[in-house]
Design a protein around this ligand. Structure first.
Ligand code: SAM
Length: 277
């Protein structure tokens, strides 16, 4: 074995030991995340947190919850945008909302909601369609700091100004600033948008289902999972959705090649919106 491949193998051993240590100590389960992106994130963390090796990082993580918390921020990729891929939200308005309208009460699950931008986008959409008041939105993630930011609903004003075009392209009926108050460089979204939102810690890797949901939006989360964990998540979604419920994924994600493919049909394939069979 040449030294390059030996190095590769050593790194993989270190990665496996790190995720095992995290699981045993903190119950966060990264063992079935896609190896290539996990490797990139961990090497980034090693550099950013000033460790010499993955093993050195692992040793500290095991004994220091603060280092684990900093690592979690890097491993979970807490990036989001409002009305990301506007065509997705437009397709929800056009093809999903008319069905949701027929239910007396509606349950939505935003799985992997990060800092909440997707949740506020959906809340605005539901409000404009007259459905928010009879909806409950479960917004879940494994990153407690992201959930905390999501709960506050405050984002940098300059960033939010940049979402106006996406909001319009998503079929927005008003102007985005109608939904927030600007102060001290921040945009604070209306409290009423999150009145029916329950932010909660939930892992697609270890937890079970929310029952009888009508729409699940899980975007840009499954790309970080290996096939086994994706299959687990699709199983959870299937068990969680009501009869003929809807599943929205990110632009690079699909149920097509999963072992659960037969349990779903494409509703708007181009926007990754599926429906339970
Ligand atoms: C790139 S963000 C996507 C945010 C948002 N859905 C969007 O598309 O803008 C990925 C999110 O998935 C969350 N995540 C990672 N692993 C998870 C798991 N096992 N269960 C639930 N959420 C997870 C991360 O904490 C992070 O907030």
């Amino acid at each position: 074995m040449d030294s390059a491949s030996a190095h590769g193998d050593d790194l993989e051993i270190e990665l496996r030991l790190l995720v095992e240590a995290i699981y045993l100590k903190y119950s966060h389960d990264f063992r079935d995340y896609a190896l290539a992106s996990l490797r990139r994130r961990v090497l980034h963390a090693v550099a950013q947190l000033n460790f010499a090796t993955v093993s050195a990082l692992q040793e500290r993580v095991l004994h220091d919850p603060h280092t684990f918390s900093r690592l979690l921020q890097i491993l979970t990729i807490p990036v989001s945008e409002m009305f990301r891929d506007p065509g997705y939200f437009l397709a929800l308005r056009q093809h999903v909302v008319p069905v949701l309208r027929t239910y007396p009460s509606i349950k939505v699950w935003v799985a992997g909601c990060s800092t909440g931008e997707e949740v506020y986008s959906l809340a605005i959409l539901l409000r404009e369609e007259g459905l928010l008041e009879r909806s409950i939105v479960y917004a879940t993630d494994i990153n407690p700091l992201s959930l905390e930011r999501a709960r506050t609903g405050i984002y940098p004003l300059a960033q939010v100004a940049g979402y106006a075009a996406s909001y319009q392209a998503a079929g927005g009926r008003r102007a985005l600033p109608d939904y927030y108050t600007a102060a001290y460089g921040g945009a604070r979204f209306d409290r009423s948008l999150r009145e029916n939102v329950i932010f909660a810690d939930h892992s697609l890797a270890t937890d079970s289902v929310f029952s009888e949901t009508h729409l699940i939006s899980c975007r840009n989360v499954l790309i970080y999972f290996n096939k086994k964990l994706q299959d687990r998540a699709f199983g959870l979604f299937h068990d969680s959705l009501c009869r003929r419920g809807f599943l929205g994924l990110g632009s690079k994600e699909t149920v097509d090649f999963s072992s659960r493919a037969k349990d779903f049909e494409a509703l708007v394939r181009s926007e990754r919106i599926f429906r339970k069979r």
